[in-house]
Design a protein around this ligand. Structure first.
Ligand SMILES: *Cc1c(COP(=O)(O)O)cnc(C)c1O
Length: 431
C-alpha cells in the first residue's frame, strides 16, 4: 500500500540515494519513494552487507542476473505441477524456464533427474524422506553435536518427531568421521536410509564408503550436499551423484543462486521424488526462483565459476592456517571446503563471547557445536568474501583481525574501521 498519495509523490522531488548502498545491485529509488519504511530497511541492509565482512559459511552474494530473475514477472505466476502437466493455464514461459533449469542442473551435476522446485534445503530433505521413508523408520545421520543439520533428527524438527534417528560422530582425536562407527551403527540399527552431509564438517564425506555401508545395510544413501554443492559444480569437491540414491542441496550457499533447494536422483526414483515435492510437501512452485536457479546453474557452468570455487577452498585453507597461528584450535586441523570451524577456547574466550566481539568489530560469523564437549566454536566460510574479490592476503589479515577482536586487543574503533575499509574496497556489486 502506498504510504503517500499519488499527488504528493508526484510533487516530491526524487530523494538522492544515501551512499551506503554499494551492496545494492538495483535502482531502489522507486521503492524508496513509494514505501520509505521498507525501502529504508533494505537500504540499511545493503549498507550493513557492504560495510561488514560476511563470514557466515552458508551465505554468498548472488549475481545481479540472479536478482533480476527473482524480481521478474514470473513472480506473479502460479504453476502447480511440472512442465507439460500444470494445474494452471498460461504456463508456457514457466514451463520453458523450469525445463532450462532442469536441463542445466542435470548437465552441471551429471545427474539423470533434477527437481528444482523445493523452496529450501529443508524442503528438499523433507521431500527426500517422504519419497523413501514411512513415519517411524530408522535413519542414520551425523549426530547434531558433530554437525548434523536440524533435518537430521533434531527434536524440534519434523525429522526428529517422525523418524527414529541414530547419530554417528567423529573420531575424538582426528575430528574425522569414524567410518567403523558408521558401519557398526548401520549393522546394529538397520536404518532404512543413511544421510551424509553436515553443516560444519569441514572435510569431504567419503561417498564411496557411505555407499558401501548403505549397501551392506540395505539402506538408501541420501547425500545432503546443501553446503558443498557449489564446490561440486566448480569441480572443487568430489560429487556424491555417482554414489547417492538421492542428493539434496540448497542453491544459495556456495552455489551462489537464489534461496532455494533442489534434488538430484536417478531415473528410477524420479517419479517418487517429483510426487514427494508436489503435491505431497509443496503447492505451487516459485517460478521466479526456478528461473533464478537456472541463471545460477548457467553461471556455475562457466570456467570463471570453477576458478571461483577453487579459490573459495584455497582461501579457507589460508584462513584456517592463519587462525591456528593466532592461537585458535581449528577442528580437523584445517579444511577441504569453504568451512572453517575455530575454537576460541585456547584464547580464554568462549564461542558466544567471541562472536559478540567479532560482531562488534564488523565480522559476521556463526557459532556452532564442537565435536567435543559442550562449548561452542566459531563457524566461518569464505564463499561471500571470495565473491567480493578478496585474496589470500586479505584472508591472512582477516585472521589477524579475528585474533585481535577476540582477544579484545587495543581500541575497537580502529579495528572496526579497518574491517569497514576492507569490505568497502571489495564491494559485492561494483559500479
Ligand atoms: C543449509 C542446510 C540445510 C537447509 O537449508 P535451508 O534452505 O536453510 O532449509 C539442510 N541441510 C544442510 C546440511 C544444510 O547445510
Amino acid at each position: 500500500m502506498p504510504v503517500t498519495t499519488p499527488a504528493a509523490r508526484a510533487a516530491a522531488p526524487p530523494k538522492p540515494l544515501p551512499d551506503a548502498a554499494t551492496a545494492l545491485p538495483q535502482d531502489f529509488g522507486a521503492l524508496l519513494r513509494q514505501d520509505p519504511e521498507i525501502g529504508g530497511i533494505l537500504l540499511a541492509e545493503a549498507g550493513r552487507q557492504s560495510s561488514t565482512l560476511q563470514l557466515i559459511a552458508a551465505e554468498n552474494f548472488t549475481s545481479p542476473a540472479v536478482l533480476a530473475a527473482l524480481g521478474s514477472p514470473l513472480a506473479n505466476k502460479y504453476a502447480e505441477g511440472y512442465p507439460g502437466a500444470r494445474h494452471h493455464g498460461g504456463c508456457e514461459q514457466a514451463d520453458a524456464a523450469e525445463r532450462v533449469a532442469v536441463r542445466r542442473a542435470t548437465e552441471l551435476f551429471g545427474a539423470e533427474h533434477a527437481n528444482v522446485q523445493p523452496h529450501s534445503g529443508s524442503s528438499a530433505v523433507l521431500a527426500a524422506y517422504a519419497a523413501l521413508l514411512r513415519p517411524g523408520d530408522t535413519v542414520l545421520a551425523m549426530g547434531l553435536p558433530y554437525g548434523g543439520h536440524l533435518t537430521h533428527g533434531a527434536p524440534g524438527n519434523f525429522s526428529g518427531r517422525w523418524f527414529e534417528f541414530a547419530g554417528y560422530g567423529v573420531d575424538p582425536d582426528s575430528g574425522l568421521i569414524d567410518y567403523a562407527q558408521v558401519r557398526a551403527l548401520a549393522r546394529a540399527r538397520r536404518p532404512k536410509a543413511i544421510v551424509c552431509g553436515s553443516i560444519s564438517y569441514p572435510r569431504h564425506p567419503d561417498y564411496e564408503q557411505f555407499r558401501d555401508i548403505a549397501d551392506e545395510a540395505g539402506a538408501y544413501l541420501i547425500a545432503d550436499a546443501a553446503h558443498p554443492m557449489g564446490l561440486i559444480a566448480g569441480g572443487a569437491a568430489p560429487s556424491p551423484v555417482p554414489y547417492a540414491d538421492v542428493v539434496c542441496a540448497t542453491t544459495h550457499k556456495v552455489l551462489r543462486g537464489p534461496r532455494g533447494g533442489m534434488i538430484l536422483c536417478g531415473v528410477e526414483l524420479a517419479e517418487r521424488i517429483d510426487r514427494a515435492v508436489f503435491p505431497f510437501t509443496q503447492g505451487g512452485a516459485q517460478m521466479h526462483t526456478v528461473a533464478a536457479k537456472a541463471v545460477a546453474f548457467g553461471e556455475a557452468a562457466t570456467p570463471a565459476y570453477a576458478v571461483y570455487a577453487h579459490r573459495v577452498v584455497a582461501h579457507a585453507r589460508v584462513l584456517a592456517a592463519a587462525l591456528e597461528a593466532e592461537g585458535f584450535e581449528v577442528t580437523t586441523g584445517g579444511t577441504d571446503t569453504h568451512i572453517v570451524v575455530a575454537d576460541p577456547a585456547p584464547l580464554g574466550v568462549d564461542g558466544r563471547t567471541a562472536r559478540e566481539r567479532l560482531m562488534a568489530a564488523g565480522m559476521v560469523v556463526d557459532t556452532c557445536a564442537l565435536p567435543y564437549g559442550d562449548a561452542r566454536g566459531l563457524r566461518l566460510g569464505t564463499a561471500a568474501v571470495t565473491t567480493q574479490g578478496m585474496d589470500e592476503d586479505d584472508m591472512a589479515r582477516i585472521a589477524e583481525l579475528f585474533g585481535a577482536a577476540v582477544r579484545e586487543e587495543g581500541d575497537p574503533g580502529p579495528l572496526r574501521a579497518e574491517v569497514r575499509g576492507l569490505a568497502e574496497r571489495n564491494p559485492p556489486y561494483p559500479g
